[in-house]
Design a protein around this ligand. Structure first.
Ligand SMILES: Nc1ncnc2c1ncn2[C@@H]1O[C@H](COP(=O)(O)OP(=O)(O)OP(=O)(O)O)[C@@H](O)[C@H]1O
Ligand SMILES: [Mg+2]
Length: 373
């Protein structure tokens, strides 16, 4: 047989023999664990299953509250979730919370690759507030075409931009334990904002903001040309709205959580004013941080943010999409990460609704799937 024909037959064989294994994306967040299982079929990402488990019961607190759990409790919760969601995949990736990480873009002289290996860790130390032995350090050179000087001009060749990423070893060790006790094999730990960016962003080079409204914190990212240029954590989250409702209406946390989900923040009651005052103060605080980030970016880079993408379960709140777009007068979009995977048509509405909560898990699963190619 000719060499040519031989090669074709081999590649066709490889194609059919290639194991199209299922993969799992895991997001262990403060109030729940979320998983998404995908498989590749004819080049497309197919959604096989997904699920979420609230952590309240494992921490003896109400569902919807942020928790801080032991390795054993998280192991138990993940095990329950895997069973309930009928997860079969063993190969996975896991998200690391932004709060256990540090991310910074630094500028350093343009030197050889070898010298970089020496310089970057030394420079990175200046920004990492904990001993070197406690973190895992990684870094990446930012491609020139997406680099900017402080004045917003393309940067000169004598400096390069490097993104440094540090993750607390403590959390990696904990997750490693949780996974091995659940017979899962993980090949990477990825900071949640990279996963979210992958799952909620469509192609585009202009600066956009990702606004993740979580339980105890809100996270703001600015992404330009696929590069995350800024990230901020705001110490207010959707749980604060529940607490405010509970206090002003004189109801339990559980009742307030339910009421927030069904009625939202506006209601016709005797205490309407108290409710609107306390919840508005929280929203105004978060919005003011969003505004600061938008203006700060504009000043630093002389560029306007063209769109805000809303994600995180907090964004399921009634009227929040309209409220955000009224406030900032720029395009606002509710994240729909499941758009990047194939699923039965009858699930479309359900997945659209679940999307904001699953953005991190979908992003992790998509990366794992790419890795299997
Ligand atoms: N329909 C709804 N209306 C209002 N809020 C909702 C609704 N559904 C969920 N939420 C809120 O979303 C929050 C959960 O969001 P999410 O799952 O993104 O948080 P998390 O990932 O656990 O938090 P973090 O990322 O801060 O660790 C809860 O505070 C919950 O009350
Ligand atoms: Mg989250």
């Amino acid at each position: 047989m000719s060499e040519f024909l031989n090669n074709i037959i081999k590649s066709v064989k490889d194609y059919f023999n290639k194991k199209e294994e299922s993969v799992l994306g895991i997001d262990i967040s403060s109030s729940s664990i979320k998983v998404v299982q995908l498989r590749k079929k004819r080049g497309k990402a197919i959604l096989e299953t997904y699920g979420e488990i609230s952590l309240g019961a494992y921490a003896n607190v109400e569902n919807g509250r942020a928790t801080k759990l032991s390795t054993q409790k998280i192991t138990e919760a993940l095990s329950d979730l895997l069973r309930e969601s009928k997860v079969t995949a063993k190969k996975c990736g896991v998200a690391v919370p932004l709060s256990s990480s540090l991310l910074k873009i630094i500028k350093i002289p343009s030197v050889s690759e070898r010298q970089l290996k020496e310089i970057v860790p030394i420079e990175a130390r200046k920004y990492i507030p904990v001993p070197a032995t406690e973190v895992l350090l990684d870094w990446n050179i930012i491609p020139k075409e997406t680099s900017y000087s402080e004045e917003g001009e393309a940067q000169k060749a004598d400096k390069i931009e490097v993104m440094i990423v540090a993750i607390h070893k403590e959390i990696i060790n904990m997750y490693t334990d949780v996974l091995s006790q659940n017979n899962l094999e993980s090949s990477f730990f990825e900071i949640e904002l990279f996963a979210t960016t992958r799952s909620v962003l469509s192609r585009g080079i202009r600066p956009v903001m990702i606004f993740d409204f979580g339980v105890s914190t809100t996270k703001l990212y600015v992404v330009e040309g696929g590069i995350i240029r800024e990230s901020h954590i705001v110490n207010r989250g959707s749980q604060d709205l529940t607490l405010a409702l509970s206090k002003s209406l004189g109801i339990s946390f559980d009742e307030a959580e339910g009421s927030k989900r069904t009625t939202g923040l506006t209601r016709e009651t005797d205490n309407e004013e108290d409710v609107s005052e306390s919840t508005s103060a929280i929203m105004e605080y978060i919005f003011s941080e969003v505004e600061k980030t938008i203006i700060g970016y504009q000043i630093r880079y002389n560029k306007s943010i063209v769109k805000i993408i809303l994600t995180g379960g907090g964004m399921l709140l009634k009227n929040i999409v309209d409220r955000t777009s009224e406030k900032f007068k720029i395009e606002v979009e509710l994240a729909n990460p499941f758009r990047k995977v194939e699923a039965p048509a009858f699930l479309e509405e359900v997945l659209k609704r679940a999307g904001p909560e699953f953005a991190v898990a979908v992003g992790i699963a998509l990366r794992k799937l790419e890795e299997m190619d």
